[in-house]
Design a protein. Structure first.
Length: 229
């Protein structure tokens, strides 16, 4: 009897994947047990011996896990990408971030800004502030949210604005998106799938990988903030 497929994924893709798992389970009779962390934590835990059957993280990390023997060679497939945006508590006054100057003004004017301090998006945002020349003004206002809890920090009133990957907001009804970063500043976080080299049931893991990479779910992913290339 097939055991549960152990899925270990980046928390940014959690809302999208959780919405799809029941469909996969109903179609195959298989079950999925999912665990979520920010990208660097996923890889760190796998490197330390965390058991898994399927992983969804940044593509270079999948390649590193293949090189270290943790992920099956040839199993790396693209999943999708997620853009970054600016959001606030639902009901907040509308905010203009449609241009680079408007974006900079919004960040300068905010009392506090939550960001994913230990995630890929947080590293990009921190560097972006330096690039825009507003780091000295804005960085003292940053509220470090760990474990992908950026939207939750705004929902709890711990920060005025949040700069998350947009998919996170699919699971945060009390937080609303003002918009995505201006095109000139946008960054997309890419995600890929890999099958564990020590998967308990490689065929079951392969079925889940094929399902998550299939065009049949593109629209469902898009509704949760995940874009296919």
């Amino acid at each position: 009897m097939t055991q549960e497929i152990r899925l270990f994924g980046a928390i940014a893709v959690r809302p999208a994947v959780l919405a799809l798992i029941p469909r996969f389970e109903a179609a195959t009779g298989l079950t999925v047990a999912a665990k979520w962390e920010v990208n660097p934590a996923v890889k760190k835990q796998i490197d330390a011996g965390e058991p898994f059957d399927l992983v969804i993280i940044n593509p270079p990390m999948v390649d590193d896990l293949i090189a270290s023997g943790k992920v099956e060679p040839g199993s790396h497939v693209a999943f999708g990408r997620i853009g970054m945006g600016v959001a606030a508590r639902a009901g907040s006054r509308p905010l203009d971030i449609g241009s680079v100057e408007a974006f900079k003004h919004a960040l300068r004017s905010a009392g506090s800004i939550a960001y994913a301090s230990d995630g890929s998006s947080g590293a990009y945002f921190s560097g972006l502030l330096d690039r825009l020349g507003i780091a000295d003004e804005v960085k003292p206002k940053l509220v470090a949210a760990q474990g992908g809890q950026t939207a939750a920090a705004v929902g709890r009133g711990e920060a005025e604005l949040v700069v998350p990957v947009t998919s996170i907001l699919a699971a945060a009804p009390d937080v609303m998106l003002f918009g995505r970063f201006p095109a000139e500043l946008q960054s997309y976080i890419d995600f890929a799938i890999g099958i564990g080299a020590s998967a308990r049931d490689a065929e079951a893991a392969r079925q889940l990988s094929e399902f998550l990479a299939s065009a049949a779910i593109d629209d469902m992913l898009a509704a949760k903030g995940v874009e296919r290339r």
